[in-house]
Each structure stands twice: as structure tokens, then as C-alpha cells.
Ligand binder design. Structure first.
Ligand code: CDT
Length: 307
């Protein structure tokens, strides 16, 4: 069997005035703990290096850009890469990316995969940007991802990687992506065996507060369904706890291809959970009930992509 030990490193709240260096120190501690437990890979949340800044309407572009990374690694984030290399552990990391491209400056909600030699092997830019574009003062907290980020332009990739003793096909997504079945299906169609999905999910959802008590349920509902329907391991990693007065969902989890939760955080603080993942168990689904070649009927699903 192809087994790999994976760690989900939930982060507790990050204060608005907390520096990258302070956050990276917290992450390094979790990385060392993960390696001590034998992990091949450790996964951090979405926008892991700063507070969840889309909760504020800010007009000063310089202040907004202070939450973005212009280079990866940077002097502040380099210790993560160096420690990964020293320990021989890969990682998944979400951050706000400011990219200078041929046609100008772009801002994305991004995640990367780094291998155990400290080399970036994959990049994903968030496709489903939730929330709103303009200031909506009636909300207790803003959710301005549509204002601060552009839709990701890299699609949902898949990366063949060497993890521990195994060759594995890895995938990435970010937060709101996990609520959309298409995310998992595009990963599943590329044979992804393990997907990392970091998130920042406020418990209070201003447009439909009747759903506040369902945040934990909906989180696991979509992650478990995505894992099962595509026969893949899923690692969901929260930024959790009361961050600048806003309650963020915890319940980071590792989910088997059967849809079963095999590990889950029990705090809303920095917390590491681990699971031994047998990648061959993906075949139980991919070769049988969700054998796409045998049972999938894409001709009948045209409406999904034609509208
Ligand atoms: N970060 C992120 O995508 N959060 C959303 C919040 C709900 S929509 C305002 C989520 O889907 O969890």
C-alpha cells in the first residue's frame, strides 16, 4: 500500500498588528511538531500569513497591499522553506499574492505546494471568490474578496509529486471553492488522490444569519461529499477562533476517500492533527462506484458548462 502521513496545521486567530515573522514562528513550531510525529506533508490555512483582511473596507491601496506578498519566499517567509528542507517535509500554504505580470499588477488569493527540498512545485489561484465588491456598512463584517482579488487564472491543476515513499497526484483549492462540486470534479478528472483546501469561514453569514448555526455542518458536508464522489483524500485547514472580534470556524479535518472524517481539530487555536493516508484506498471509489470511464455521462451534463 502507498501510505503517507499528512498533517493539517490549523491556525488560531491572527491579530491585525501581528507581523509575518510572528506568524511564521507559530507555523515553524507546528512544522517541527508535524515532522516529529512523522508527517511527510503539512498543510496551512488560506491567507495563513496575516489576519483575514477582507473583513475590512479599506480605501488606501498601500494599506491593502501591506497584506500581500510580492515574492515567495520573502525574507519573512524564507524560514518556512529552509525548515521544510532541513526537516524533509513538504507543505501547502495560502497567502495573498501580488503579481507583477506582463500586462500589469494583479492580486490573487493563492496557495502553493512546496516539496521536501523547499522548492515550489505548484501554484493555485482561487477561482470562486465569495462576498461582495462594494462597502456594505450594514454588515457586522465585510467580506470583500471580490474587491481585493481577481479570479484565479491558473485553473484547478494537479501535480504528480513524490511524498514520503509514494508517488501521488495532489490538488489544491481554497475555501469557498469547497462549496462547489465542480471544484472536486475537475480535480477528480485529473486523478487527484489528495487535495488541500485551506479556509477562513466566519460563523456569522450576514445575508442569511439563519445559517450561522450550520457553518460546521456545511463545511463537513461539502468536504466529505467531495472526497467520496471523487475518491480522494481531502485535508481541510482552518484559520479559526475569534479574530479581531470575528468568530471563524475551526473543525479542520482530514477526510478519507470514503467520505469519513478520520481526524478533526477540537480547538479553535493553533493545533496539529495528523492521519496516515493510504492512497490506494482512492481506488475503492475511483475503480468502482465513481469509475468515471464506466459510469459518468458527460453528454447529459452539458448544461453545466454551456451556461
Ligand atoms: N474565505 C472564504 O472563502 N470564506 C467563505 C465565507 C462565506 S461567503 C461570504 C466560505 O465559503 O467559507
Amino acid at each position: 500500500t502507498r501510505k503517507t502521513l499528512v498533517g493539517a496545521a490549523q491556525l488560531g486567530p491572527i491579530a491585525r498588528n501581528e507581523s509575518r515573522t510572528q506568524v511564521v514562528a507559530r507555523m515553524l513550531e507546528l512544522m517541527r511538531e508535524a515532522r516529529a510525529r512523522g508527517c511527510d506533508t503539512i498543510a496551512f490555512p488560506e491567507l495563513a500569513l496575516t489576519t483575514f483582511f477582507p473583513r475590512w473596507y479599506v480605501e488606501d491601496q498601500a494599506e491593502i497591499d501591506s497584506w500581500f506578498e510580492r515574492e515567495m519566499p520573502s525574507p519573512a517567509t524564507l524560514p518556512l522553506f529552509e525548515e521544510a528542507k532541513k526537516l524533509g517535509i513538504g507543505f501547502y500554504l495560502g497567502y495573498a499574492e501580488l503579481a507583477e505580470e506582463a500586462d500589469g499588477t494583479h492580486r490573487y488569493n493563492t496557495a502553493i505546494l512546496v516539496d521536501k527540498t523547499g522548492v515550489i512545485i505548484g501554484k493555485y489561484r482561487k477561482v470562486h471568490l465569495p462576498g461582495h465588491r462594494e462597502h456594505e456598512p450594514w454588515r457586522a463584517f465585510q467580506h470583500l474578496e471580490k474587491r481585493y482579488f481577481e479570479r484565479g487564472n491558473l485553473g484547478f491543476g494537479a501535480w504528480r509529486a513524490h511524498v514520503g515513499e509514494c508517488e501521488v497526484i495532489l490538488g489544491m483549492a481554497l475555501c469557498n471553492d469547497r462549496r462547489w462540486p465542480e471544484t472536486y470534479r475537475v480535480l477528480g478528472l485529473q486523478g487527484v488522490e489528495m487535495a488541500f483546501i485551506g479556509y477562513n469561514t466566519p460563523i456569522h453569514y450576514p445575508p442569511v444569519p439563519e445559517h450561522d448555526h450550520l457553518q460546521g455542518f456545511h463545511n463537513h458536508l461539502v468536504l466529505q461529499a467531495g472526497a467520496y464522489q471523487n475518491g480522494m483524500w481531502i485535508v481541510g485547514i482552518a484559520k479559526a477562533g475569534k479574530e479581531e472580534g470575528c468568530d471563524l470556524l475551526g473543525q479542520s479535518c482530514i477526510i478519507a476517500p470514503t467520505g469519513e472524517i478520520v481526524a478533526m481539530c477540537s480547538t479553535v487555536e493553533d493545533e496539529l492533527i495528523t492521519a496516515s493516508c493510504d492512497l490506494d484506498r482512492c481506488r475503492e471509489l475511483k475503480d468502482n462506484v465513481f469509475n468515471f470511464g464506466l459510469h459518468r455521462e458527460p453528454e447529459t451534463y452539458r448544461l453545466i458548462v454551456d451556461t
